[in-house]
Write a protein that binds this ligand. Structure first.
Ligand SMILES: [Fe+2]
Length: 352
């Protein structure tokens, strides 16, 4: 209920306005008078809680005035009471059609005026409450959405941190360093982008490729850390790291883990079908696996290992070119070669 309402009273008889003022001001309301509909429209703004309008007025009559207010979305929720001598059903119907909410007949009875104004102000107050509630609700939804997005970003970030730490656990045992997974995953992202994959797919490959050798965690140290060349049976054990990685990652609920499993399983497949573990060939090998194969081999060639020195970029590129169409997907190798400037920048920034 509005205790101190602002009411617009429209009547061409000054005496009638004075009467309304007298009856309503003692109730604590403010009454603004207007001698005709034109003046009333000029005075009207959102601060008014109620309009009391005469019907018979020169220039613009009460019906027309009410219609004009109802046609304006800014004021269409302000209650209007028509103050009229008309008691005919037809006229009341016309007033309702125009958009009036209630009627008071002249001469105005103070008690009737008080009751009808009170009920209209209650209506207005309920509408205002709903409006405020809607406003509050939409700002609440907005702020909660922002919070939710922030939380989602944090979950994503901690998810990625977990991947990096998990992958580092495997690297810890290996001769390879943490810089290897950073370089290799960055190379993979560059190749994916050059191939025209969208940013979401590029990000997925970037964040998942660090898991490619996770399965090495399951390879015995005497094989994994052997300084010299592996015996044939040792090599067979070493090759199982692809499947072990895919098994560890399994079918996870996260796109990153799922992609990690795909990459772990397919990064040693070869374009000509002579790779492992499945001997897939051509486009049967998942694209992410073909991309990571190029990135992984380039990094292995250009890095120092216990059994070899780091090869020069020129020598490494020559070896990779020889694998075109046999070891590597030609299109992926082309994308790698086309992005060489970017690849070498990553290499220089992430030395062991
Ligand atoms: Fe591997």
């Amino acid at each position: 209920m509005i205790e101190h309402a602002k009411i617009l009273a429209v009547d061409d008889e000054p005496h009638n306005i004075l009467l309304l003022k007298r009856h309503l001001q003692i109730l604590g309301h403010e009454v603004v008078g207007a001698e005709n509909a034109i003046v009333a429209r000029a005075k009207l703004d959102r601060s008014f809680d109620l309009i009391l309008s005469d019907v018979m007025m020169p220039e613009m009559d009460g019906f027309e005035f009410v219609r004009a207010i109802r046609d304006n979305p800014e004021f269409d929720d302000i209650p209007i009471i028509m103050v009229t001598t008309l008691a005919e059903k037809e006229d009341r119907l016309q007033a309702v059609k125009a958009g009036a909410n209630d009627f008071i007949t002249k001469p105005v009875d103070p008690l009737e005026l008080q009751v009808r104004v009170g009920s209209m102000l209650r209506l207005k107050s309920q509408r205002d409450d709903i409006l405020h509630y809607e406003k509050d609700l939409s700002s609440l939804v907005e702020s909660r959405t922002i919070e939710l997005q922030k939380a989602l970003r944090e979950v994503k970030k901690s998810h990625q941190d977990t991947i990096i730490h998990l992958s580092s656990a495997a690297e810890y045992k290996d001769e390879e360093t943490g810089a290897h997974i950073i370089r290799m995953s960055a190379y993979s992202a560059v190749i994916a982008r050059t191939l025209g994959l969208d940013e979401e797919e590029v990000d997925l490959i970037h964040k998942s490729s660090p898991m490619h050798d996770l399965g090495k965690i399951g390879i015995p140290d005497h094989i994994l850390l052997k300084p010299g060349k592996l015996e044939l049976d040792e090599w067979e054990v070493m090759k199982t790291h692809a499947e072990i990685g895919a098994e560890i990652l399994g079918a996870g609920a996260s796109d990153y883990v799922n992609m990690g499993a795909i990459i772990a399983l397919s990064h040693h497949e070869r374009w000509d079908g002579s790779g492992y573990p499945s001997g897939l060939s051509g486009e049967d090998i998942p694209l992410a696996g073909r991309i990571c194969a190029v990135a992984d081999v380039f990094d292995a060639l250009t890095s120092k290992r216990p059994y070899k020195e780091a090869f020069s970029v020129e020598k490494s590129l020559k070896i990779m070119e020889e694998g075109r169409g046999t070891q590597f997907d030609p299109a992926v190798l082309d994308a790698f070669m086309a992005s060489l400037d970017e690849i070498l920048t990553i290499k220089e920034k992430n030395v062991d």
